[in-house]
Design a protein around this ligand. Structure first.
Ligand code: UD1
Ligand code: MG
Length: 454
């Protein structure tokens, strides 16, 4: 089998970001930009990619973990020198080497695959990506021979006026025949700036009498490279559009894609409608037929089918099917709302399960609670779950009716089909089928289950 290995360069300083965070860890649509680059590179190669790290290496490693190989460039002596750091790992271990820069999060896997395929059909040692664009953005200029093959890449600061006028630019992604590459890297001369440029491989190939092929990219957004926070915002906007289009093509309605912020990795079922000014982040999945937003923030949550989330906030929460929440509801970590739960305005739920059909209409806090099916939680009900040191559990049995403004002083248990009167402060367990009222609440009578007051 042909072995294709991607080498991603990420050792540079990233000075222009003016940040304590290594450049390649800055997120684009919720994910470090290097992970976008790695995902595309992986899809176009057959071996575990190699990331060349230098400045901020430890931080990059601890963030990305060990499903990528690392080569360390101790001093930043240029892009060719950076690739050379992967030689010890890859020499004799790979037939083709795909080199890209880790600060290009929008390069697509298909594009890199096309680059590799073109190189496999090229009798020369390398194939590269170019783009034709009016604004050169400091990119290297691509010079062609009359036969259409590439003769050189000229970096902007050494280019002549005629070369500066060239509109074909070097994107910064190359596929090399490995045996040629490892030898060529050692032949690269030092530049006037004291660095070794990968782009000089082109002239070496030409001198060897071998053709360099280039693929011209149509989609300009793929070539966005992040050097400053201005570029970072451009990359974010382009990636956001790409993500939104993917969801729309999958059958999701976005009322206003320009104000819908969906991070990479989110899944959404068909016929779900996302209203404006909505943020969907982290590992979130949403089923089909839901209505989400407007003005809603969802993070790391799971939402089933046919749910409505209206003007609300949720993080680390789970809605089963046919749940309605909002406006102005807040679910925190460990909130689990089962089928057909209705949660109205100004409620907060944390580390609790609300069983199927529970109704919690207005102004409540439920924490560390297990609530059985079809319980009615009256307006203003609070689980007093925290004594200043510890959290304590509350349990409410099936069909119970919690009167308005009830305080449930945990740990406490309310039995099945029990009721509390308005304003009750429940400090002791209430047996099933009984009515408790007052401060502190006491049981005043037993209820008939088949003939309960409504
Ligand atoms: C490079 C290309 C240029 C191309 C442009 C596209 C060279 C010499 N020039 O220029 O033709 O148009 O990208 O964006 O390659 N890096 C290291 N170690 C180093 C130096 C750089 O790992 O010693 C990494 C950086 O982290 C970065 C990438 O290589 O991810 C590119 O380096 P950068 O300095 O941004 O090159 P450009 O000047 O943009
Ligand atoms: Mg750059």
């Amino acid at each position: 089998m042909t072995r294709i290995t991607a080498v991603l360069l990420a050792a540079g300083q990233g000075t222009r970001m003016k940040s304590n965070l290594p450049k390649v860890l800055h997120p684009v649509c919720g994910r470090p930009m290097v992970l976008h680059a790695l995902e595309a590179a992986r899809a176009a190669s057959t071996e575990t990619p190699v990331l060349v790290v230098g400045v901020g290496a430890d931080e990059v490693r601890s963030r990305l973990g060990e499903n990528v190989r690392y080569a360390v460039q101790e001093r930043q002596l240029g892009t060719a020198h950076a690739v050379m750091q992967a030689e010890a790992l890859l020499k004799g271990q790979s037939d083709y080497v795909l080199v890209t820069y880790a600060d290009m999060p929008l390069l697509r896997a298909e594009t890199l695959r096309r680059l590799v395929e073109t190189q496999q059909a090229n009798r020369g040692p390398m194939t590269m990506l170019t783009v034709v664009y009016e604004d050169p953005r400091g990119f290297g200029r691509v010079l062609r021979k009359p036969d259409g093959t590439v003769s050189a890449i000229v970096e902007e600061y050494v280019a002549t006026p005629e070369q500066l006028a060239v509109k074909e630019l070097n994107v910064g992604a190359y596929c090399f025949r490995a045996d040629w590459l490892w030898d060529a890297l050692h032949r690269i001369p030092m530049s006037p700036k004291g660095e070794y440029y990968l782009t000089d491989t082109v002239e070496l190939a030409v001198r060897d009498g071998l053709p360099v092929q280039a693929i011209v990219l149509d989609d300009l957004t793929e070539t966005i490279g992040v050097n400053t926070r201005v570029h970072l915002a451009e990359a974010e906007a382009a990636m956001r559009r790409r993500i939104n289009e993917m969801h729309m093509l999958n059958g999701v309605t976005l009322i206003d894609p320009d104000t819908t912020y969906i991070e990479a990795g989110v899944t959404i079922g068909a016929d779900t409608v996302i209203w404006p000014n909505t943020y969907i982040q982290g590992q979130t999945s949403i089923g089909h037929g839901c209505s989400i937003g407007p003005n809603t923030h969802i993070r790391a949550s799971k939402i089933g089918d046919r749910c409505t989330v209206f003007f609300s906030v949720m993080e680390g929460a789970w809605l089963e099917n046919d749940v309605e929440m909002g406006p102005f509801a807040r679910l925190r970590k460990g909130a689990h709302l089962c089928d057909h739960v209705h949660m109205g305005n100004f409620g907060e739920v944390k580390d609790s399960t609300l069983g199927p059909g529970v109704k919690m209409g207005h102004f409540s806090y439920i924490g560390n609670a297990q609530i059985g099916p079809n319980v009615n939680i009256g307006a203003g009900t609070i689980t007093c779950n925290y004594d200043g040191e510890k959290k304590h559990p509350t349990e409410i049995g099936e069909g119970a009716f919690i009167g308005s403004d009830t305080m449930l002083v945990a740990p406490v248990r309310v039995g099945e089909y029990a009721r509390t009167g308005a304003g009750a402060v429940v400090t002791k367990d209430i047996p099933p089928d009984s009515l408790a009222v007052g401060v502190p609440a006491r049981v005043i009578r037993t209820l008939q289950r088949n003939n309960r007051d409504e």
